[in-house]
Design a protein around this ligand. Structure first.
Ligand SMILES: C[S@@+](CC[C@H](N)C(=O)[O-])C[C@H]1O[C@@H](n2cnc3c(N)ncnc32)[C@H](O)[C@@H]1O
Length: 181
């Protein structure tokens, strides 16, 4: 099973790079491809391909798309060899750039529910499902409030996996979250 991240941002923002590192840690460097990407920095985290995933015609592939009619299920681990994600930073309200990819690919699509997740969270949830958990068995936290200073907090308008009651957010992202919001 391979995780394919189609880089769709105009630049390799620091935020993208940190999410890509997290994805590589979650799934293992040997199981991740970054397509539409020529940046050498990404080589540390997986296989890098200049071509867009749409040009690769990958057999038995599935796009993770919040607008897909069918939800991902553990049985899909047998059905597909490649799971494709948009390497897109979250935005609120969601810009819907996954739809660009969806139109370019003729493969099947699966949703992880209608709530927007960051790409690294979507990969984590996909791994949990393919390892055998049903979506409804996973605990989530929506729009968590994070402490950003002594008397300040920020709300991240996305869905996260809950672990011991806390959202799973890669620790290297925390300084950027505090800076940007
Ligand atoms: C931050 S999301 C992109 C959402 C975005 N604002 C857009 O323009 O489509 C990055 C990627 O994670 C995956 N993803 C995020 N939430 C998802 C969900 N609820 N169901 C399926 N895939 C999801 C999709 O592959 C998506 O392209």
């Amino acid at each position: 099973m391979k995780i394919v991240i189609e880089h769709m941002e105009p630049k390799l923002w620091e935020w993208c790079l940190i999410e890509y590192e997290h994805i590589s840690k979650i799934i293992g460097k040997n199981n991740v491809w970054f397509t539409n990407c020529s940046n050498k920095e990404v080589l540390k985290f997986g296989l890098v391909k200049k071509e867009s995933v749409a040009k690769l015609n990958l057999p038995k592939s599935c796009l993770l798309d919040p607008k897909a009619e069918k939800e991902l299920s553990p049985e899909d681990a047998e059905k597909f060899d490649y799971f494709i994600f948009g390497g897109i930073l979250g935005n609120a309200p969601a810009e819907g750039r996954t739809q660009i990819l969806s139109k370019e690919l003729s493969c099947e699509k699966r949703s992880l529910g209608s709530k927007q997740m960051s790409t690294d969270t979507a990969v984590l949830v996909t791994k949990l499902v393919l390892d055998g958990k049903k979506l409804e068995e996973i605990s989530f936290i929506d729009s968590p409030e994070l402490k950003s200073g002594k008397n300040e907090s920020i709300i991240m308008p996305y869905r996260y996996v809950s672990e011991k009651g806390k959202p799973v957010i890669y620790k290297k992202l925390m300084p950027l979250i505090k800076e940007e919001f």
